[in-house]
Design a protein around this ligand. Structure first.
Ligand SMILES: Cc1ncc(C[n+]2csc(CCOP(=O)(O)OP(=O)(O)O)c2C)c(N)n1
Length: 332
């Protein structure tokens, strides 16, 4: 059994093996997204993708607080949520490349990946669209007494969608086991959130009486601790929660958003990457605790990156669906 390694303010206690698993998951998400970017910029991947690079600590910290059968709903920027909840990278790459082995047999693409085996009810291209789904899943968990909790990931852009306030209202009234996780990566597409969002974000959750926390989304341990508190109280029947994570996306709004100087500066991008990178920070902490030295972390990164390369290669070699299947599982 792996030894417990305490970090101030982090409950439940975490073993050394689990800290390293969190690091590996964050590295996996980053390697996956960088590979997606390569595939897109080399014109191998069709369509678009919204990369999660920079936000890894949020998905991993939250999903580490969940059971495998707990639900998550995701967004257009959903690859990190899928991987953190346990999706397989080869089937994800296959989906992005339109191959039959993909999660939607290649017909959905980046913004429609769902994985019921890991409780993932799906990405969603409609901003705020998953809030109702997550709340409905929490209602079903309550009604069926399954003990499951539902997590709704969304960007701060969804704060402008009325449905979020309808579902927070009913979730609080009915004590539903749902956690609304707002990933404030600072920009709604090409607009800084302060130009679209009045007042204090947490005050919106407070208005309905939800339990709420604000964390540094670049610190996986802080995200994990706050998510664990909200998830456990929700599981006990104490009602919904709202977790605000301050974070940053490193790439453009989507892979094609290359020239960004008209809405954010290079200096700002470099500052987040150099001084607030979630993987670098976590690696420093792991080394400081003596959980791994630089060489061991380097080997881990190389192993995970090789696994991602192999998953992409699997998908590149995989067959396309037969044209006769074009209308199967497609609903309008
Ligand atoms: C209902 C709706 N309106 C507009 C869009 C177009 N759109 C796609 S992403 C986006 C901004 C999303 O910002 P945010 O929710 O903060 O997520 P982020 O992209 O920062 O992860 C918009 C307006 C959409 N997909 N759905």
């Amino acid at each position: 059994m792996s030894t417990v390694v305490r970090k101030a303010g982090v409950e439940p206690a975490v073993t050394a093996a689990r800290w390293l698993e969190m690091y590996a998951q964050m590295v996996q998400i980053r390697a996956f997204e960088e590979k997606v970017n390569d595939l897109y910029t080399s014109a191998i991947m069709p369509g678009l993708a919204h990369l999660y690079t920079g936000q890894e600590a949020v998905a991993v910290g939250v999903c580490q607080a969940l059971r495998r059968d707990d639900y998550v709903t995701s967004t257009h920027r959903g690859h990190g949520h899928c991987l953190a909840k346990g999706a397989s990278p080869d089937r994800m790459f296959a989906e992005l490349l339109g191959k039959e082995a993909g999660y939607c047999a290649g017909k959905g693409g980046s913004m429609h990946i769902a994985d019921p085996d890991t409780g993932n009810l799906g990405a969603n291209a409609i901003v705020g669209g998953s809030t109702g789904i997550a709340t409905g899943a929490a209602f079903s968990a309550r009604w069926l007494k399954t003990g499951r909790v539902s997590v709704c990931f969304f960007g701060e852009g969804a704060l402008g969608q009325g449905v979020l306030y309808e579902v927070m209202n009913i979730a609080q009234l009915w004590s539903l086991p749902v956690i609304y996780v707002c990933e404030n990566n600072q920009y709604n597409e090409y607009t800084h959130f302060t130009e679209t969002t009045a007042g204090d974000i947490l005050a919106r959750a407070a208005a309905f009486g939800l339990a709420r926390e604000r964390v540094d989304g670049q610190e996986v341990a802080a995200v994990f601790a706050a998510a664990s508190r909200l998830v456990e109280r929700a599981r006990q029947g104490a009602g919904p929660g709202f977790l605000l994570c301050e974070t940053y996306r490193y790439h453009g709004h989507h892979v094609g958003d290359i020239s960004r100087s008209y809405y954010r500066s290079k200096e700002e991008e470099q500052d987040w990457a150099a001084n607030r990178d979630p993987i670098a920070r976590f690696g420093d902490w792991l080394r400081g605790q003596g959980l791994a030295d630089a060489a061991a972390l380097g080997e881990l990164r190389a192993r995970v990156t090789a696994e991602i390369d192999a998953a992409a290669q699997f998908a590149l070699n995989a067959p396309y669906p037969d044209p006769s299947q074009v209308e199967r599982h497609v609903y309008a």
